[in-house]
Design a protein around this ligand. Structure first.
Ligand code: FAD
Length: 120
């Protein structure tokens, strides 16, 4: 049998930046890798919107596609230009997926991203 805190510890220790948001993309949880990648202390990010990370260089059609997928309860993967706490810009490879309740309604969003600036 798996220990009850295994999933929490796995997310806490994951190397990919993970966040969980409400339906408006306000951050409810973020893991330590999220703090490392974005440079923002976790206390600062709690309750803030994910759009806070945006460098405002990503074309709006990308966000429309993203939200279009989420509204169909489907995950989206793509690239977003983000900005760290120190002002540095980075290219984020992002996957956002809806978290559904037993009735199939979206209740949260799960975001996972990594810095792929070096790769491109
Ligand atoms: P917005 O005001 O958000 O609008 C952009 C478009 O999205 C518009 O067409 C608008 O109608 C639509 N939209 C916005 N909010 C909603 C909603 N709640 N439901 C339906 N449609 C909506 N953005 C980043 O730039 N970087 C990230 O790392 C990032 N990570 C995210 C992680 C998660 C889990 C989620 C859910 C979202 C993430 N976003 C991220 C998207 C972010 O929430 C913003 O939509 C985006 O940054 C654009 O912000 P904006 O203020 O410029 O435009």
């Amino acid at each position: 049998l798996l220990p009850p805190n295994l999933f929490y510890e796995a997310v806490q220790q994951a190397q990919v930046a993970i966040s969980i948001t409400d339906l408006q993309a306000n951050i409810l949880y973020a893991n330590p890798a999220f703090e490392r990648v974005t440079g923002y202390p976790l206390e600062t990010m709690m309750g803030l919107n994910e759009s806070y990370l945006s460098d405002h260089k990503t074309p709006s059609i990308v966000y429309k596609t993203l939200w279009g997928r989420l509204s169909q309860k489907k995950p989206w993967t793509g690239m977003l230009v983000n900005r760290r706490e120190n002002g540095e810009r980075y290219l984020a490879e992002v996957t956002i997926a809806p978290v559904l309740d037993p009735q199939g309604e979206t209740v949260y969003y799960l975001g996972m991203h990594r810095d792929v600036t070096e790769v491109y």
